[in-house]
Design a protein around this ligand. Structure first.
Ligand SMILES: Nc1ncnc2c1ncn2[C@@H]1O[C@H](COP(=O)(O)OP(=O)(O)OP(=O)(O)O)[C@@H](O)[C@H]1O
Length: 311
């Protein structure tokens, strides 16, 4: 079956800076995938390239098996909502009207209902809307477009918590009724975690984690308590975690990979250690730390190799 989105060896340079570095992923639909990563990781660049708003330096993007570039039929099946979405000098209702002309599956009733929920005044000029209201308008367009590929890039700048919940609820309801391929880039990981079926994490232009969200929930456990007890627990384990080991005075916490077996659990209890599964957000912070330390290990061995070669 053809993937909804297929990205192969995608690389993008900006004047010597590699914003994306050999990214390969397939996204099958319908699905909701979280595109996560730190500032400047390359998320927007990837989404813009999927939407054919940016050209790759190398590699390729296929949407429903074809190159979306200058392909109007494909671009009408795809919507990209960005944080800094700009609109022409329109009133709210004109912006919705214009979107209805572009997207073949546009649902005017949904747009009207959502505009009401977000309190968007139809006759107010878009440029006079508050930042959060502009985000709400973009979200209305993103969902009412009912595009088979729906890309949200940090869509909720300035949106308050109630409005964000409205977005999550609508997104899930829409997805249940009209399944589509949704990619959501967000920094509010724990808030959006319940929506996500799959997580793709980008770090410095590379995919460092790509897994079903369910596999990540409970994939790591934080163990904390008196340092001596933590050391005792770790002594018998084959994995000796090097990262995410923090010590403050006599108290230590450490992150263990994989589910703990019943013997570990019992030992932890006997040692009066506290066990907590890492949230998705914490898993990502852990993965980013691991990716940093793997990079410095590999840089260290590169420099050791070149030192040996020049000796
Ligand atoms: N037009 C451009 N010219 C030069 N550098 C760019 C350009 N667009 C992006 N970059 C750089 O590419 C890298 C990736 O940027 P990108 O916007 O894709 O990151 P991001 O993951 O979306 O970040 P954030 O979460 O902060 O929005 C950054 O270092 C950014 O400065």
């Amino acid at each position: 079956m053809t993937a909804a989105i297929s990205v192969r060896g995608l690389t993008r340079h900006y004047r010597g800076h590699r914003a994306l570095d050999d990214v390969t992923i397939d996204i099958d639909g319908p699905s909701i995938t979280g595109l996560l990563g730190r500032n400047g990781a390359g998320k927007t660049t990837l989404l813009r390239m999927i939407a054919a708003q940016e050209l790759p330096s190398r590699g390729r993007v296929l949407v429903f098996g074809v190159n979306p570039l200058e392909n109007d039929a494909i671009l009408r099946r795809l919507v990209l909502i960005r944080e800094d979405q700009t609109f022409p000098d329109f009133k709210v209702r004109h912006a919705l009207k214009a979107a209805s002309w572009f997207y073949p599956n546009w649902d005017g009733d949904l747009a009207a209902a959502m505009a009401g929920e977000f309190d968007l005044p139809p006759d107010r000029a878009v440029k006079k809307l508050s930042r959060g209201m502009r985000s709400a308008l973009s979200i209305v367009i993103g969902l009412a477009a009912r595009a088979e590929i729906t890309l949200f890039d940090e869509p909720y700048a300035g949106l308050d918590a109630v409005a964000r919940q409205l977005f999550y609820d609508r997104l899930l309801a829409e997805y249940a009724e009209h399944p589509r391929t949704i990619l959501l880039s967000t920094h509010l990981v724990d808030e959006a975690a319940a929506l996500l079926e799959r997580v793709v994490m980008v770090d410095r232009g590379r995919v460092v984690l790509d897994a079903p969200a369910d596999d990540l929930r409970g994939a790591y456990t934080s163990v904390s308590g008196p340092a001596a007890a933590v050391a005792q627990l770790l002594a018998d384990r084959p994995d000796r975690p090097g990262q995410d080991r923090r010590r403050v005075a006599a108290h230590e916490s450490v992150v263990l990979a994989g589910p703990l077996d019943s013997a570990d659990l019992q030992r932890a209890r006997d040692l009066h250690l506290r066990l907590e599964p890492l949230s998705l957000q914490q898993v990502l912070v852990h993965a980013a730390g691991r990716s940093d330390s793997e990079r410095s290990d590999s840089e260290r061995s590169d420099s050791e190799r070149s030192e040996r070669a020049s000796a």
